[in-house]
Design a binder for this molecule. Structure first.
Ligand code: ARG
Length: 460
């Protein structure tokens, strides 16, 4: 039956346009498995407190399982006349099982039902997103370990600054993702609270055992205030903020991959399977995947703004505005999950061009700071050392040579303290090896950091 469960007090039929305008089923049907899970738990609780008989509860459970199967098979007939996922499923339940189906909604409102469904959905998706983060981090750690000795230029202002190891650079991304994951798990604590029992807004006259339902659904606890439970969507906003930060990180990550694949950098090659060609330029191999990820960060930032604005100024308790939480939230989930998946799949196949990175690090006077530090160790004050090395760099620029290409005599004309041992520190290898402390770029530190990060992953 497609008659509205709330039709009792109405004398006129709903305007056809309004029906379509207010319906959410086209998108909230995604919540169906969680709606069914919530209803089964609610029914079990109603049985426990004596509102449903054992038999009624069983008939409801079985009916809902069959509806779940119908939906999975794609046979469920969704109807916008029944507005949303909740009323579609409930109407179908009563159609299938009769009287018992009409008792399911006892002590419940769509307001606490939808808030519960969204929380169950989001908890599930947070766990899947966490899995993708772990996969990507694994790939980064594997690559970092293999490239612990690989030398590349480190940049500030996108100008060559000091040599770093490629492994160290990869581990920087790992740190960002580790924080993203931590944030997500912290957010999960606030997602995992159960609105059911709040009913429309004030609670219910039935002696519901909310702690029991919460336990059945794996929630940490029932929400302590019924008005708050049905109305706030801060948990969804918080998730979207976490997702926004993650996308911000992925966009930086993307930007570097894109730069690095260009002929001008030539640091890495992306797998063909993750690139596309050009319909006109035969030579092209474009880094579409990182470009898309970089671009998709925009929609997630936008969703965060949508959700904040949606919630802003809403009076207590539930308002229909909240129906608008779903599309931004769902798209945020899809976007971060897909972007993480693409990166996790791609990273193991990224091929570093070690010679290219090395050659690039050799240009741009990347060891100038090492020379200054060397002079300081010989007793020259740092500011004087800075000046002396500046002159050495100028000589190099004027004569088209790197610092290690200057002769000892030339260097000694700039500072008599310089000895033949200077050439050890002017090499790229010497430079990275010397930064051998916790958090530094030395290969030894990279290997230690990988080991520690792996331990951290196992403990997650
Ligand atoms: N489809 C609605 C939503 O997503 C469900 C709750 C409707 N409640 C109500 N009182 N109209 O928010």
């Amino acid at each position: 039956s497609e008659s509205k469960p709330w039709a009792g007090r109405f004398t006129e039929a709903t305007d056809a346009f309004v029906e379509a305008f207010t319906a959410s089923v086209d998108f909230d049907k995604r919540l169906a498995p969680h709606d069914i899970q919530g209803s089964i738990a609610h029914a079990a609780m109603l049985k426990r407190i004596g509102v449903l008989s054992e038999e009624e509860c069983e008939i409801i459970r079985h009916g809902l399982e069959q509806i779940r199967a119908e939906i999975e098979r794609g046979e469920f007939a969704w109807s916008i006349k029944l507005e949303d996922v909740h009323m579609n499923i409930e109407a179908r339940l009563t159609e299938r099982i009769g009287e018992a189906g009409k008792k399911l909604h006892t002590g419940r409102s769509r307001n606490d039902q939808v808030a519960t469904d969204v929380r169950l959905y989001l908890r599930h998706e947070i766990d899947r997103i966490g899995g993708e983060i772990l996969r990507l981090r694994q790939a980064l750690l594997d690559l970092a370990e293999r490239e612990a000795d690989t030398i590349m230029p480190g940049f500030t202002h996108l100008q060559v600054a000091q040599p770093v190891t490629f492994g160290h650079h990869l581990l920087a991304w790992n740190e960002m993702l580790a924080r993203d994951h931590e944030r997500l798990l912290d957010c999960r604590k606030r997602v995992n609270v159960m609105p059911l029992g709040a009913a429309a807004l004030a609670g219910t006259t039935f002696p519901l055992d909310r702690f029991y339902t919460a336990e059945l659904l794996g929630f940490d606890r029932p929400a302590p205030n019924s008005l708050d439970a049905v109305s706030d969507r801060d948990f969804a906003i918080e998730f979207t903020a976490c997702a926004g930060l993650m996308m911000m990180h992925l966009s930086r990550f993307s930007e570097e991959l894109i730069l690095w694949t260009s002929a001008q950098f030539g640091f890495i090659e992306l797998p063909d399977a993750f690139c596309t060609g050009s319909s006109i330029m035969p030579q092209k191999k474009n880094p579409d995947v990182p470009e898309l990820v970089r671009g998709k960060s925009g929609r997630v930032f936008g969703h965060l703004m949508s959700l904040l604005t949606l919630m802003k100024s809403q009076p207590l308790a539930y308002n229909k505005d909240n129906q608008e939480d779903k599309e931004p939230l769902f798209d945020t989930v899809d976007t971060v999950k897909n972007c993480l998946r693409a990166f996790a799949d791609m990273m193991p196949h990224v091929r570093p061009n070690r010679d290219g990175m090395y050659a690039s690090a050799s240009k741009g006077y990347a060891t100038a700071t090492d020379l200054a530090d060397y002079l300081v160790r010989k007793g020259v004050p740092f500011r004087d050392a800075h000046e002396i090395v500046g002159k050495a760099v100028r000589l190099g620029i004027e004569t088209g040579r790197d610092l290690s290409g200057l002769s000892l005599t030339e260097l000694q004309q700039l500072s008599a303290t310089i000895g033949p041992d200077v050439f050890d520190i002017l090499t790229l290898e010497g430079s990275v090896r010397a930064r051998n402390h916790f958090g530094g770029t030395a290969p030894e530190q990279v290997r230690a950091a990988v080991k520690q990060a792996r331990q951290g992953l196992e403990e997650m």
